[in-house]
Design a protein around this ligand. Structure first.
Ligand code: ATP
Length: 358
C-alpha cells in the first residue's frame, strides 16, 4: 500500500481550525479508499512562532518539508505583525524556493450556494484561474532609502522573465486544452505597462502556436473585472500575473458565493519540490476561535492535493461529498447565511465519504 507524507502547516487564525478539519477528512478518505495511507506531520509555524523565535519558521524549515509528498497550508497573518513579514516569512518563503510557479484556482458555484450575481446559478460560472506565482509584481525586487525623510524613496519592481512567462503560458494553455471548452483568456495590461506586459503578450502568441485546438483571447485586467461580472459564461481558463490574478481570484471567490469556499494549489509541475495546497482565504481573526470558519475551501484544496498525488478516485469522492454537503443548507456556515459550525460541516462530509453510494 502506498503511504504519502503530508506536511500540515496550519499557520494563524482560522488556519488551525480548517487545517485540522482538512486532515480529519483526508484520513477518512484514506480509510474509505483502503488503497493508500497518509502520514501527517504538523508544523507550528506562523505568527505565534514568530513571537517566540523572531522568525515565522525555523531556518532549516524547508529542509524539514522538502521530502514530503505535499503540503497542506492554512493561513499566515497576525494582528500584531506586519502582513509583509508574515507573508514573506512563511507562505512566500515556501512557494518561491520550492518553485511552485503555477498557482491554480478553480471557481465554481457549488450546489446549494447562491452567487451574488443575479441569474447565475452554476454552469455559467466554471473557471480556472492560473496565477503566475514566482515573479512579476511579487518578485521581491526593490528597496527603500532615506526612511522618514522628505526625500524617502521606495520601489517595488515587477520582473517578468522569458523563461518564467513561457512556462506559465505553456501550463495555462495545457490546462485549457484539458478542459471541455478549450478556452483561454490571457489577462494583460500592455496598454499602460509597455515593456514586460508587451513581452507577456508576445510570448502568449508564441506559445499559442503549440496549442492549435485552444481558442484564446487577450483582455486588459480592468476590462476583465467587468467581464467576470457581466459575462461570466464567456470565461473558462484564465492566466494572469501574480498581482492581477491575486485580485481577480478574490473577486472570483466572492462571485462564487464566499471566500470560505475557494481552494488553491501552488504547483511545482516538474515535482522537483512538494506542491502546496491551501484555501484562498486569510487568517480571518474576526471569527477565529468561534468555531464557525467554513472548512470547504480547505476540503476543496484537499481534492486538489489528492489529484496531485494521483489519487483520482479519492479526489472525486471528496468532491462529491463536498457538493452533497453544500447542497444541504443545514450545513451552511454563517458566511453562507447559515448557522452551521465547522465541526458540523466536517462531520457531514465525513459521513458522506463513509456512505454506501459514493
Ligand atoms: P489576511 O490578512 O490573513 O488575509 P483577512 O482577515 O484580511 O486576513 P480573510 O481572512 O480572507 O482576510 O477574511 C476576509 C473576510 O472573509 C473576513 O470577514 C473573514 O471572516 C471572512 N472569511 C474568510 N475566510 C473565511 C472562512 N473560511 N469562513 C468564513 N468566513 C471567512
Amino acid at each position: 500500500m502506498k503511504t504519502y507524507t503530508i506536511a500540515a502547516i496550519p499557520g494563524d487564525g482560522i488556519g488551525a481550525e480548517v487545517v485540522s478539519a482538512g486532515v480529519e477528512v483526508l484520513q477518512a478518505l484514506a480509510k474509505r479508499d483502503g488503497g493508500f495511507k497518509l502520514t501527517v506531520d504538523h508544523f507550528d509555524w506562523g505568527g505565534d512562532y514568530y513571537k517566540k523565535h523572531g522568525t515565522m519558521m525555523p531556518e532549516n524549515g524547508r529542509d524539514l518539508i522538502k521530502l514530503h509528498d505535499a503540503i497542506l497550508f492554512g493561513s499566515a497573518g497576525h494582528p500584531d505583525i506586519p502582513d509583509h513579514i508574515t507573508l514573506w516569512g512563511l507562505r512566500l518563503a515556501i512557494c518561491q524556493p520550492f518553485d511552485q510557479y503555477a498557482n491554480v484556482r478553480p471557481t465554481r458555484i457549488l450546489p446549494g450556494i447562491t452567487s451574488p450575481l443575479r441569474n447565475v446559478h452554476g454552469p455559467e460560472l466554471d473557471w480556472m484561474i492560473v496565477r503566475e506565482n514566482s515573479e512579476g509584481e511579487y518578485a521581491g525586487v526593490g528597496g527603500r532609502v532615506h526612511r522618514g525623510l522628505p526625500l524617502e524613496v521606495a520601489t517595488d519592481v515587477s520582473i517578468l522573465t522569458r523563461a518564467g512567462v513561457e512556462r506559465i503560458m505553456r501550463f495555462a494553455f495545457k490546462l485549457a486544452q484539458s478542459r471541455p471548452r478549450k478556452l483561454l483568456t490571457v489577462v494583460t495590461k500592455s496598454n499602460a505597462q509597455r515593456h514586460a506586459m508587451v513581452m507577456w503578450d508576445e510570448i502568449a502568441s508564441e506559445i499559442a502556436v503549440e496549442f492549435n485546438d485552444v481558442t484564446w483571447d487577450k483582455m486588459l485586467v480592468d476590462a476583465m473585472t467587468m467581464r467576470m461580472v457581466m459575462k461570466p459564461e464567456s470565461i473558462d481558463t484564465v492566466v494572469a500575473t501574480n498581482l492581477h490574478a491575486d485580485v481577480l481570484s478574490d473577486l472570483a471567490a466572492a462571485l462564487a458565493g464566499s471566500v470560505g469556499i475557494a481552494p488553491t494549489a501552488n504547483l511545482n509541475p516538474e515535482r522537483t519540490f512538494p506542491s502546496m495546497f491551501e484555501p484562498i482565504h486569510g487568517s480571518a481573526f474576526d471569527i477565529t476561535g468561534k468555531g464557525i470558519a467554513n472548512p470547504i475551501g480547505t476540503f476543496w484544496s484537499a481534492v486538489m492535493l489528492l489529484d496531485h498525488l494521483g489519487e483520482a478516485k479519492a479526489a472525486k469522492r471528496l468532491m462529491t461529498a463536498i457538493e452533497r454537503t453544500t447542497a444541504d443548507k443545514r450545513f451552511h456556515t454563517p458566511d453562507l447565511g447559515g448557522t452551521a459550525k465547522t465541526t458540523d460541516v466536517t462531520a457531514a462530509v465525513i459521513e458522506t465519504i463513509h456512505g454506501a453510494n459514493i
